[in-house]
Design a protein around this ligand. Structure first.
Ligand code: SDX
Length: 427
């Protein structure tokens, strides 16, 4: 007998089924709530509301656990590659060697971005924020690849996935090249995916760009750590937009816009700006911890806190170690890293943060590595987007495969009650 729960409304009692997942998470299925009771639920920010069932990523916020398709983030960060993890997230299983080779080959078919896309890029000022440019260019891909709009079979879905993986990383780097006044680079199909990212970003016509394998390895790990995170704000946006049967490029473009916000993916940029502010203000971390606790002060400790993790974000732990390794390898002595560690120590010992389970999240240390790699601050969230792309694709694919209904939440109306129109001369 499967579990049910009872709800008493007035003189009536209703039973609702309970859904249990493979990791023993439980949800009350309220699919018939309004029809039966006339009531809806209210849950701003969806803190208690599940939007879907998913086989892709599992989070345990209380114990700081993150699994992609059952594999721990620690094992994948240590042993896998970003393209292999992308395959795992999108298709559900770790690929064989031939499957992975075929996936990379099929991505390489589409790495040339239509030259006319450059006309769109030229329309932006050099000062435009890269995330705004990336969102626009991603949406514009639809114009040049219309078949990727409504995927009605597995072949069209696979091609749309390969096109997105191929073109997104190129246009993402074009946002940086544009801001620097550099000529745009092309993907080199003889090199790896992450190698190409570095070349696309930094290679200049004046001479070869030497790829440092240690930097490739660090970036590969960072992209893996950002690849998916169940129903976060930007992923939920991708699923919502895709639920109207908008195409994959349009859905990903909306995810880029949602990720841009400083409370979400934009936090990695905000963390560096905060650490710089503390450094320039004499490094007084106590002062900023006090500001973060002051309800009358809008200042928040960026990179701290999380909607789901009420324990250490497992990704932050891995990235913190990677920051030490990368800066050590590159011989970079960044005072901001020391300020970050001091800030973390002070905050973790402070009752305000402990009482609210506020720990460093994925964004707290990532920017320090990006900066050491020569990536400008306003490109940090673009880095997050490149990492999150396979997760967005996987979740969009799952939503379409499950034939999920169009997303359309209800509301409680609190506005004016019925009243008669008053003509202009009487107002
Ligand atoms: C990401 O969802 C995901 O999975 C996201 C992500 C992913 O991989 O997709 O993990 C990536 O977005 C990580 C989060 C990056 N954002 C930041 O670092 C911005 C700073 N963090 C906060 O804005 C906040 O912690 C959120 C937005 C991350 C979570 O906010 P919640 O869950 O809505 O919590 P809340 O705002 O209701 O805060 C609860 C309490 C409040 O105090 P009280 O009203 O209870 O007294 O904690 C306080 C908040 O004021 N609080 C903070 C704080 N975060 C929460 N106080 C100071 N500094 C902070 N950073």
């Amino acid at each position: 007998m499967s579990e049910t729960v009872k709800l008493v409304v007035g003189d009536n009692s209703y039973e609702f089924p309970v859904i249990e997942g493979t990791e023993n998470e439980k949800a009350i299925d309220i699919g018939k709530l309004r029809d039966l009771t006339g009531y809806i639920t209210m849950d701003p920010g969806y803190k208690n509301t599940g939007a879907c069932s998913s086989n892709i990523t599992y989070l345990d916020g209380e114990n700081g656990i993150l699994h992609y398709r059952g594999y721990s983030i620690e094992s994948l960060a240590e042993q896998s590659t970003f393209l292999e993890v992308s395959y795992l997230l999108i298709f559900g299983e770790l690929p064989s060697k031939s499957q992975l080779t075929q996936f990379e080959t099929d991505i390489r078919k589409y790495t040339l971005v239509n030259e006319e896309m450059k006309n769109i890029l030229d329309g932006f000022p050099k000062t435009a924020h890269p995330m705004g440019v990336l969102s626009s260019l991603t949406s514009a891909l639809t114009a040049f690849n219309p078949k990727a709009v409504n995927v009605n079979n597995d072949k069209e879905m696979y091609d749309a996935i390969c096109k997105t993986m191929a073109k997104f990383i190129v246009i993402a780097t074009w946002t940086y090249r544009k801001s620097m006044g550099y000529p745009l680079n092309y993907y080199d199909n003889t090199k790896g995916y992450v190698d190409n990212f570095l070349r696309l970003m930094f290679e200049l016509p004046t001479g070869p760009y030497n790829i440092d394998p240690k930097i490739v390895s660090a970036l590969d790990k960072l992209f893996i750590l950002h690849a998916d995170h169940e129903q976060n704000c930007s992923t939920s946006t991708v699923r919502m937009v895709g639920s109207s049967h908008a195409g994959l490029f349009a859905s990903i473009s909306s995810g880029v816009s949602a990720l841009w916000g400083p409370l979400h993916g934009g936090a990695n940029q905000a963390v560096l700006e905060m650490l710089e502010q503390i450094k320039n203000d004499g490094g007084d971390v106590d002062k900023y911890v006090l500001k973060a606790k002051d309800k009358d002060d809008p200042f928040r400790l960026m990179g701290f806190g999380h909607r789901v993790y009420k324990n250490f974000d497992p990704r932050a732990r891995i990235i913190k170690k990677a920051a030490d390794d990368v800066l050590g390898t590159l011989g970079v002595d960044d005072p901001v890293l020391e300020i970050a560690k001091k800030l973390e120590k002070v905050a973790l010992e402070d009752e305000y943060f402990k009482a609210r389970n506020l720990y460093p999240n994925v964004d707290f240390y990532s920017g320090i590595i990006y900066r050491a790699l020569g990536i400008p601050v306003d490109m940090f969230t673009v880095m997050f987007a490149i990492g999150r792309l396979p997760g967005w694709i996987a979740q969009w694919k799952e939503m379409r495969a499950n034939k999920e209904p169009i997303g359309r939440p209800r509301q409680i109306y609190n506005g004016a009650t019925p009243r008669d129109y008053v003509s202009l001369d009487k107002r």
